[in-house]
Design a protein around this ligand. Structure first.
Ligand SMILES: *Cc1c(COP(=O)(O)O)cnc(C)c1O
Length: 378
């Protein structure tokens, strides 16, 4: 477990949040996490580097029981880490990346590849569905130039959870590298990186670990990252270089690091342990989501995603059909009552989303449902 370098501040002295963020990140954090940001810290001395090293060790231990993985932290939002991982993993010699895309984040990985001139093949699925495994197998047979397959675990666009176990089995049957964008699931849904034989997993500070935005991280298989020197087409996003400096400098970042965010994240990891780890956090998120769906269905709302594919992270609901429904007004009414929800992102479907992650508990969902009932003005 990470150590605290400071005394926790009396929670009564920390301001309350104006509203609860029911979004997939940034999300509502605890007072402990916010209080960790009240001091300024040096970016390179030993105390700070020790915090960084403890974070790296803890992140690896959340995903793996072996000594096979290493964590690289990267400044920026989650997308910066996805871009960093793809650039660093894919050499510049015609190796092809297969991206499985059933939403905006899968599509974004394909765009990242195009920007970096990485040859990319995209296999899509409908946004409310997941991928056809036979087609995946066929694509891998037809295109021997594919060396690497990337998939989003929880597609935050819809809330669909993609079956990374089944997908990973096929990827490994054909001996390809396996990249998982677990941005919105790592820390909130158990992921056994050893069993899944994941080569790189990517996530960020402000999702299920419940930190604040400012950096992302990549969990690389050690034997994979060792082969990646010189691949990146970008200096700042070179994950190999960042890793090498973190290893040799025992927790040193190459460039200015988000010191406040790192301390907040360290506190968030302590709180994850105190909550009982990923299983317990997952149980809380599931309880939130089940209560949300039950209550919303009782109010006449309908889910976009079928139950078997629905994650506990975020849920898409069809917008009510009444002609005078207006998302902006609904949103403003809920915000006034202390809840911020999210617009929908499914193409061709009028919908909105409600996240169930962060410092959010079933009691909050009960209050939200009351607020939704009152905000129904149509
Ligand atoms: C949040 C998220 C990202 C990264 O988004 P940023 O806005 O760059 O933080 C990437 N993939 C998924 C699935 C996400 O949920």
């Amino acid at each position: 477990m990470c150590d605290r370098l400071y005394e926790l501040i009396d929670p009564d002295l920390i301001p309350e949040n104006p509203y609860l963020l029911l979004t997939p990140g940034p999300l509502s954090t605890t007072k402990g996490v916010r209080s960790a940001m009240l001091k300024d810290w040096c970016t390179w001395d030993e105390d700070y580097n020790n915090v960084v090293q403890a974070i790296r060790t803890e992140l690896v231990s959340i995903g793996s029981k072996t000594n096979d993985y290493t964590a690289v932290l990267m400044q920026g939002s989650g997308t910066f880490s996805v871009e960093s991982a793809l650039q660093t993993l894919m050499p510049d010699d015609g190796h092809t990346l297969l991206v499985l895309a059933n939403g905006a984040y899968g599509e974004r990985m394909a765009s990242i590849a195009e920007y970096a001139s990485i040859p990319v093949i995209k296999q899509t699925a409908l946004e409310m569905k997941t991928f056809c495994l036979e087609s995946l197998e066929q694509t891998l047979q037809e295109h021997p130039s594919i060396t690497t397959v990337a998939v989003v675990h929880c597609e935050t666009t819809t809330g669909v959870i993609n079956p990374i176990e089944a997908i990973g089995k096929i990827v490994k049957k054909y001996d390809k590298l396996f990249i998982v964008d677990a941005m919105s699931s790592f820390g909130g849904i158990p992921i056994d990186m050893d069993a899944l034989d994941i080569d790189v997993l990517i996530s960020s500070a402000n999702k299920c670990i419940q930190g604040v935005p400012g950096f992302g991280f990549m969990l690389f298989k050690k034997k994979v990252i060792r082969q990646c020197k010189g691949n990146a087409r970008s200096l700042s996003l070179d994950a190999y270089d960042q890793w090498e400096v973190m290893e040799k400098g025992h927790g040193k970042w190459r460039f200015t690091s988000p010191t406040h965010v790192v301390h907040a994240f360290s506190e968030a990891l302590i709180e994850l342990t105190l909550e009982g780890g990923v299983e317990k956090r997952n149980a809380r998120y599931r309880a939130n989501q089940l209560l949300l769906v039950e209550g919303m269905e009782a109010l006449g709302f309908e889910c976009v995603v079928e139950r078997s594919l629905q994650s506990p992270i975020i849920t898409s609901f069809y917008s009510p059909k009444e002609s005078h429904y207006n998302f902006e007004i609904f949103y403003a009414n809920l915000k006034e009552k202390g809840f911020v929800i999210y617009p929908g992102k499914v193409s061709n479907i009028d919908s909105f989303r409600i996240g169930t992650i962060g410092d959010v508990y079933p009691e909050d969902i009960v209050r939200l449902l009351d607020a939704v009932k009152e905000a129904i003005f149509w």
